[in-house]
Design a binder for this molecule. Structure first.
Ligand SMILES: Nc1ncnc2c1ncn2[C@@H]1O[C@H](COP(=O)(O)OP(=O)(O)O)[C@@H](O)[C@H]1O
Ligand SMILES: [Mg+2]
Length: 448
């Protein structure tokens, strides 16, 4: 399932290189990994992002402003130069709410794939705060003492949620010249690094040095702003940006669950769970691993991964199976069963993202050559989309797999119900209302 990882570039000071870092990082990350989508947007009051990435001369109709008017984020994204997608900038951002987690929730709901880079303005306003709260990686460019002194204000915002797995790194930027520090003459870069470490901050391994060439990339007679990678390839800055992108990429690899998804989970699921007796009871009777591959669920907080499907068999055994196990160990078995079953498989694959139920019932054992397994695809109201009967003798492998999730009842037949669907929080099925729906579907299936 796709969820974006967010990198926010913030510093409570103008002219420290935020926009330069944000825009160039986007280009370098994209150049480094062609299979990784990169999207950039800016909450600052200028059009630099558009000037670097837009392929059109006309101003764009849809901009970042629309995010805060409640538009779907995925509909605001345009394809830009250098393979980087972008959301056009706006000079008229308007705060519509006090909820600073709203943007993170919208981001998670967008299901945008890959990396999102957010450039922020020089003040800590609602938009900067929203971008910090949504971020998985927070990069803070610093170029001198005043910018370093302001870092604490940014950290304060990040601390609101206890930093929850956010990576925060300072990045010395536009650094050059020498300064006196502890009676020694050292470079501005070393000076900022020493002070940062003294104050307990983490730093990126590389710094972005000052380069007249970089400065010239924004100040030419055309409207265009050029990236370092295409127009300053022979400079030290190019090497430093390459190293920066590599380090950022490795940080991205360490993120298990994006912050925006955790925030959305808290907003949507917590109110349901807290008041649901059903949920709390059912969670305790849930198998803590996928019965097909054995992979564990997150049982500590009961945060089920988005790529898991709920199953319940015989009314007693319930849990979550890996979507991949379902596809490969159950659905895949159908392909050997002729055109008819392949068509059925395709139908299920298409329905994978809808709220649909898949039931398996019939004889438990494989030796009865007359026996069969019945497969049904049902809508939430119990109406049938498709039914298939397959002969017990057709696939021993399938029977064996099914025996791990089907449970026999008193009449000797076995059944199992699997909830398909594209829900980032599959355990929402265990809340009162959803679980009742499931029970009524089971009744319908058992009657037929
Ligand atoms: N590494 C650099 N070397 C020289 N000039 C730079 C460098 N990075 C940025 N600049 C210039 O400094 C100014 C401020 O940079 P910018 O990225 O807009 O900072 P911010 O977004 O923090 O205000 C711009 O004119 C930009 O061209
Ligand atoms: Mg800027």
């Amino acid at each position: 399932m796709k969820f974006p990882k967010i990198i926010t570039i913030a510093c409570e000071k103008g002219g420290v290189g935020k926009t330069t870092v944000a825009t160039n990082l986007a280009v370098y990350l994209r150049a480094m990994r062609e299979d990784m989508p990169v999207t950039i947007l800016s909450f600052d009051n200028h059009l630099t992002v558009d000037r670097m990435f837009s392929m059109e001369k006309q101003p764009h109709e849809k901009t970042v402003k629309d995010i805060f008017d409640g538009h779907k984020i995925e509909e605001l994204v345009s394809l830009g130069q250098y393979g980087v997608s972008f959301i056009p900038s706006s000079r008229k951002l308007k705060q519509k709410s006090d909820n600073e987690e709203l943007f993170a929730e919208q981001m998670a709901q967008s299901r945008l794939d890959g990396v999102i880079i957010i450039d922020t303005g020089p003040t800590i306003d609602y938009f900067t705060r929203s971008a910090i709260i949504a971020s998985d990686i927070l990069l803070i460019p610093v170029k001198d003492i005043p910018s370093l002194n302001n870092v604490e204000n940014i950290l304060e915002i990040s601390e609101q949620d206890g930093h929850l797995s956010r990576k925060i790194k300072l990045l010395p930027s536009i650094v050059d010249g020498m300064v006196k520090f502890k009676k020694q003459t050292i470079s501005m870069d070393s000076f900022l690094r020493s002070l940062s470490i003294e104050r307990g901050y983490e730093l990126m391994k590389n710094s972005i040095p000052r380069s007249p060439k970089v400065e010239s990339l924004t100040t030419n007679i055309t409207f265009q702003v050029y990236p370092v990678i295409t127009h300053a390839k022979k400079t030290v800055v190019h090497r430093e940006f390459s190293a920066l992108a590599r380090e950022v990429f490795s940080l991205l690899g360490d993120i298990s669950e994006p912050k925006s998804l955790s925030i959305l989970r808290k907003a949507l699921l917590t109110p349901l769970i807290v008041h649901s007796k059903t949920y709390n009871q059912l969670v305790n009777s849930t198998i803590p691993y996928c019965p097909l591959c054995g992979k564990e669920n997150n049982t500590v907080n009961f945060n089920i991964r988005p790529d898991m499907l709920f199953f319940e068999s015989g009314g007693r055994t319930r849990g979550f199976i890996d979507k991949r196990c379902f596809v490969e160990d159950i659905l895949y078995e159908f392909t050997g069963m002729g055109e008819r079953m392949a068509g059925f498989r395709q139908k299920i694959m298409k329905s994978m993202n809808e709220d649909i139920f898949f039931t398996i019932s019939g004889d438990k054992t494989s030796d009865a050559s007359s026996g069969h397994i019945r497969l049904n695809l049902l809508r939430e109201d119990g109406t049938e989309i498709e039914e298939r009967l397959i002969d017990n003798s057709v696939s021993l492998q399938l029977i064996e797999t099914l025996s791990k999730i089907r449970e026999e009842n008193s009449t000797g037949s076995a059944s199992c119900l699997i909830k398909l669907g594209d829900n980032p929080f599959p355990d929402v099925i265990l809340t009162e209302k959803n679980y009742n729906t499931l029970q009524s579907i089971k009744k319908i299936v058992n009657k037929t």
